[in-house]
Write a protein that binds this ligand. Structure first.
Ligand code: GLY
Length: 356
C-alpha cells in the first residue's frame, strides 16, 4: 500500500490534511494525536488552528526521544486508547520526529490488530526518512528497533515550516540524511547542497527546504519497489553499518551523538571505501568530507576506538556468514548492496576519518 503524501505547494499541506480528514474516508473516525513535550508546545497549537477537523481530537504525550519507544509506553497508549473509546475506525496522528512516528505506528499496528495512522513529521529526518515506508518499532533491552511491524501510514503530511522550530543540531543531523539520499540519487543536487553548506556560516535552510520533496519522492519510490526491505530498500543503509556502530560506541562512552551525525561519520567511511574498492569519485568523497567537517567538530578515532567500533560492527544484524556487509557506491546514484568488507579495511576507513 502506498501512503498519500501531502506536500505544501500553492495550498499548504495542513489545508490538504484538513480536507482529507473531512472526507468520506474518515467520516466516522475518531482522531488521536500523539505528541512529545516539544511538539506539544511548538507544533500542536499551529496544527489545531489550521486543521479544524482535529479541534476535538484527544491527544497523548509520550517522552521525548528514544524513551518513547518502549513496550511500556506502547501498553500505556493502548490502555489510554481503550479508555478513550477508540475503535477500529480510529486514527492516530503522529506529530513529531522519528521516535514519535515509530511508537505511534507501532501502537496503531497492534491496536485491534491494526488501525490507520497518519504521520506529521516535524524534524528533517522525520520528513525525508522516518515518516515514510511503514517501519514501526520499539527498543528492547537497549537494543534499537528490535520489535516492530511493517504498517504503512495512510498519509504523510510534510509541512516544512515546522523546521523553523527545530534546534540546530537536529537540523544538521537531518541534512546529513539528506546528503545520503542525494548521494543515492542525484549528483547535481548533492553537489549543490554540499557546496551551499561549505559556503555558509551556519546552515543553508532555504537550500535544505528545496530538496525535501525530491528526497521524499525518492524514498517513496524505493519503498514502493521493495516495501519489506528484501532488496533495493537496503541501499538506504548507506553509511549506517559504520554509523550504528559509532552511535552505540559513543553512547557506551557517555559521549552520545545524534543518529544523523553518526550516519554522517559512517558515510565518510563508506565513501572512502567506495573510492578504494569501487573507484568512486575522489572529488565527491572530498566534497562530502568538507561538508561534514563544516558541520561537526569531531575528533579523529584512536586505535583503541577502532577496535571497539569494530566489535559493534561484528554484531550488525545485516552481517551474513560472519562477513561484515556494507552498502558502497560505484558512483552517485549507483549503490552496491551487501559488499563484504574485511576488518583491516574497516580499521583503515576509521583511521582515515577526518584526515584531509
Ligand atoms: N530508514 C531506512 C528505511 O526506511 O528503510
Amino acid at each position: 500500500m502506498k501512503s498519500n503524501i501531502l506536500y505544501s505547494s500553492r495550498i499548504s499541506s495542513l489545508a490538504k490534511l484538513n480536507r482529507l480528514l473531512m472526507s468520506e474516508t474518515y467520516s466516522d473516525a475518531k482522531f488521536f494525536i500523539l505528541v512529545d513535550e516539544n511538539t506539544y508546545n511548538q507544533c500542536l497549537p499551529l496544527l489545531i488552528s489550521k486543521v479544524s477537523a482535529l479541534e476535538n481530537a484527544d491527544f497523548f504525550e509520550v517522552p521525548v526521544g528514544e524513551e518513547a519507544k518502549s513496550l511500556e509506553v506502547a501498553a500505556q497508549l493502548w490502555g489510554a486508547l481503550l479508555d478513550s473509546g477508540a475503535d477500529r475506525n480510529s486514527v492516530i496522528l503522529n506529530l513529531g520526529g522519528g521516535c514519535v512516528s515509530d511508537i505511534g505506528g507501532f501502537v496503531a499496528a497492534g491496536f485491534k490488530r491494526g488501525i490507520r495512522y497518519i504521520n506529521i513529521p516535524t524534524t528533517l529526518v522525520g520528513m525525508i526518512d522516518a515518516s515514510i515506508g511503514g517501519k514501526t518499532a520499539v527498543n528492547v533491552e537497549n537494543a534499537k528497533n528490535q520489535v516492530g511491524f511493517f504498517h504503512q501510514p495512510d498519509a504523510v503530511c510534510i509541512y516544512p515550516d515546522f523546521l523553523d522550530t527545530l534546534p540546530d543540531l537536529e537540523l544538521v543531523s537531518g541534512a546529513l540524511e539528506m546528503a545520503k539520499t542525494l548521494l543515492l540519487s542525484d549528483e547535481k543536487a548533492f553537489v549543490n547542497l554540499a557546496n551551499s553548506f561549505v559556503g555558509c556560516a551556519k546552515y543553508p535552510l532555504d537550500e535544505i527546504k528545496k530538496y525535501i520533496v525530491q528526497c521524499v519522492d525518492f524514498k517513496q519510490s524505493v519503498v514502493s519497489a521493495d516495501p519489506y526491505d528484501k532488496s533495493i530498500r537496503k541501499m538506504l543503509n548507506l553509511g549506517h553499518t559504520f554509523g550504528h556502530a559509532i552511535e552505540s560506541y559513543m553512547l557506551e562512552q557517555n559521549r552520545a551523538i545524534t543518529h544523523g551525525i553518526a550516519v554522517g561519520i559512517g558515510l565518510e567511511c563508506a565513501l572512502y571505501l567506495s573510492t578504494m574498492k569501487l573507484g568512486f569519485s575522489k572529488d565527491i568523497y572530498t566534497l562530502f568530507k568538507q561538508m561534514l567537517h563544516h558541520i561537526v567538530d569531531f575528533e579523529r578515532f584512536t586505535l583503541a576506538d577502532t577496535e571497539h567500533i569494530l566489535s559493534y560492527m561484528r554484531q550488525d544484524k545485516k552481517n551474513h556468514d560472519g562477513l561484515i556487509l556494507c552498502v558502497l557506491l560505484q558512483e552517485v546514484g549507483a549503490p552496491v548492496i551487501d559488499v563484504a568488507i574485511d576488518e583491516n579495511e574497516i580499521r583503515d576507513a576509521l583511521l582515515k576519518f577526518g584526515k584531509f
